[in-house]
Write a protein of this length. Structure first.
Ligand code: SF4
Ligand code: SF4
Length: 382
């Protein structure tokens, strides 16, 4: 049975986080089980965008610091890296490392911050959907990938954790191409599982001290959860994490795709929990993304895809909050956004409901408003 370690950790004080992570790793047999002396480790953080740690969008620097220390104790040579949304260049990375606190972590620990923005094409002959990926060179150069996902809701994939975090290895705006080609979340999830099987991390350590609920991964609300979790199996970790916050694992498209390939049964009982018991940590009031409040998992595939494709909610920039920065305009994969009088305007006919704009907007200026289908059902109920 795959082990999943769970430890309580209520605050981001560096010594508390390191102690919790150490207990979690000890229960898995120690970091030396995953990293050998001299291994070059790519420590893949969730660096969605340049964002302060208290906003709960990125992996907290205390978690990054603790992971670096444990990896270095095991003899690993650590490079911290990710490809944020939007442009992938040295200027963007330097700014993001500074704002997130990773620059200070690197300075204090001697870890390297990745500034290599080159990419490499990797053949993926065993992929179900994607036979060739373009990925950051930094992950290919490493002997091992260790991920530090943050537990958050996600308006497109419903949940983001240890499996979804790997999407960040696809460089910069290349990510937008996958949203354009794979507009259906079921197909997008198949792509993520293809990526996981191509680049399986040796270990995932989840930052669930403060996660995000509501309309994550950046527009929701920071949510204290009080946990550090870890497992060598990213899918198993996500199954336990979703269950801990009251989300049915198989209601999450990525975990459904994993289950269809036999990577999980979608049950916590598939794993051996080490540390806290599930009943002592489960939350009852974690708010799902409004795009995922319907559990479509029992619908047959063809119907599920049709319903998923419908206009459940669509993005609309709120003129009172939109600063006209243009980030959404630049990054929309299908160019559905225009700027009008300094405010972003989304064309509902062109928009593919990938919610990248909602994810990227630095000012939480994009509202998700009910689409025609949900309005129809709402009016019927009245
Ligand atoms: S990213 Fe946000 S603030 Fe910037 S233009 Fe778009 S909606 Fe407005
Ligand atoms: S407008 Fe927003 S949700 Fe629609 S396609 Fe563009 S980025 Fe995606």
């Amino acid at each position: 049975m795959t082990p999943v370690a769970i430890q309580k950790c209520q605050r981001y004080d560096p010594e508390l986080v390191e102690a919790a992570m150490r207990r979690a790793l000890d229960s898995l047999g120690g970091m030396a089980r995953f990293v050998k002396p001299g291994d070059r480790v790519c420590l893949k953080v969730n660096l969605l965008r340049s964002s302060r740690p208290d906003q709960a969008v990125v992996t907290h620097p205390s978690v990054v610091r603790a992971a670096v220390r444990l990896l270095q104790e095991a003899g690993g040579v650590v490079t911290i890296g990710d490809s944020p949304s939007g442009a992938f260049n040295v200027g963007v990375l330097r700014r993001a490392y500074k704002v997130t606190g990773y620059e200070a972590v690197a300075r204090d620990t001697g870890a390297t911050l990745n500034l290599n923005t080159n990419s490499v094409h990797l053949a993926n002959p065993r992929g179900k959907l994607i036979k060739r990926f373009e990925v950051m060179q930094a992950v290919v150069d490493a002997d091992a990938i260790v991920t530090l996902p943050k537990l958050k809701t996600h308006v497109f994939t419903h949940f983001t954790g240890a499996t979804k975090i790997l999407f960040g290895v696809i460089p910069g705006v290349t990510k937008a191409g996958y949203h354009t080609k794979l507009q259906n979340v079921e197909r997008f999830s198949e792509m993520l599982i293809d990526l996981l099987t191509l680049l399986p991390p040796r270990l995932a350590i989840m930052d669930a001290v403060v996660g995000m609920d509501g309309d994550g991964p950046s527009g929701g609300r920071p949510r204290p959860i009080g946990l550090i979790m870890a497992s060598p199996d990213s899918v198993a970790l996500d199954v336990v994490a979703t269950t801990a916050v009251g989300i049915k694992p198989l209601s999450v498209p990525i975990l459904r795709a994993a289950a269809e390939r036999g990577l999980t049964g979608g049950q916590v009982s598939d794993s051996e929990l080490r540390g806290e018991r599930l009943k002592d940590i489960q939350m009852a009031d974690f708010l799902p993304a409004q795009t995922s409040r319907l559990d479509l998992s029992r619908l047959p595939g063809f119907l599920r895809r049709w319903v998923t494709d419908q206009l459940v909610v669509r993005p609309v920039a709120n003129p009172a909050r939109c600063t006209g920065c243009g980030a959404c305009f630049v990054d929309c994969p299908v160019k559905a956004i225009t700027m009008s009088d300094g405010v972003a305007v989304m064309d509902p006919g062109t928009c593919i409901r990938c919610y990248c704009c909602h994810e990227f907007c630095p000012d939480k200026a994009i509202d998700l408003v009910p689409g025609r289908v949900s309005l129809f059902f709402t009016s019927k109920k009245r």
